[in-house]
Design a protein around this ligand. Structure first.
Ligand code: ADE
Length: 240
């Protein structure tokens, strides 16, 4: 997969050289490039923003600068992602869909955002999705770009060493939060690991994990539980 990120703070994206995403790049599974938006400015001050038409606080990113950048970076069939608190919620389902793309371009806005004509212009020529990390406001799209790239990259074939670890995690196919996990020592600071996990009884362990996932989801995310397909539940699930 190819990913291009355009930002006025390319250094913000440096963590994408580390860990799994960094390794995916070195292994050739992910071709990721970060670009400085100011490369496409045409004045001495390398201006990227201006005051909003209609008045109000803050600055808006200029469509002409973004237009030159995106005309250079987008390829036919590319999917343009614009992080924004006004976007659609970014979820594991979104990450799964984006992981099937050939080319993603992430346009990181700053200040009050990017002139609305940019998304409109490219939506008439290709795919544009405005995505929000959640109901809070960040200073710009860079942190969202980090989140989207990491969530998508780990779903690419070969990036996560053991693909089984993708199956049971929170927000996976079961639609539940993940069960709690434990490792050695079996007792720590007087807290013992649940007995069932030491029993070696595979079916009981599976049942316990499923019950814990259901309990956690009910306590922390009743919205996820309410959205579950009843047909996906069994008799034991209903008893939890
Ligand atoms: N930019 C500013 N706030 C944001 C958010 N919540 N999600 C995505 N991009 C943003």
């Amino acid at each position: 997969m190819r990913v291009d990120v355009v930002s006025i703070f390319p250094e913000y994206l440096a963590p994408l050289e580390l860990s799994l995403v960094g390794k995916a790049r070195t292994a050739g599974l992910l071709d990721l490039q970060v670009h400085d938006l100011r490369t496409w400015t045409d004045d001495r001050h390398r201006t990227v923003d201006d005051t909003p038409f209609g008045g109000g606080a803050g600055m808006v990113m200029r469509p002409d600068v973004w237009g030159r950048a995106l005309d250079d970076v987008l390829t036919p069939g590319a999917h343009l992602i614009v992080p924004s608190p006004a976007g659609a919620p970014f979820t594991q389902r979104t990450a799964e869909a984006l992981a099937t793309e050939q080319h993603l371009v992430v346009a990181c806005g700053r200040y009050e955002g990017i002139d609305a004509r940019v998304a409109e212009h490219y939506a008439a020529r290709g795919r544009v999705t405005e995505l929000s990390l959640g109901d809070y406001v960040l200073n710009g799209g860079e942190v969202a770009a980090l989140v989207v790239v990491e969530a998508v990259a780990r779903l690419l074939p070969g990036v996560v060493g053991n693909p089984e670890s993708l199956v049971e995690e929170s927000h996976g196919a079961a639609g539940l939060l993940e069960y709690p996990v434990y490792t050695k020592p079996a007792t720590w600071q007087g807290h013992a690991v649940p007995d069932v996990l030491l029993s070696g009884h595979h079916a009981r362990i599976e049942r316990w994990r499923r019950d814990e996932a259901l309990r956690r989801t009910a306590a922390r995310r009743p919205d996820l539980l309410a959205a579950l397909d009843v047909a996906a539940l069994d008799r034991h699930d209903r008893a939890v």
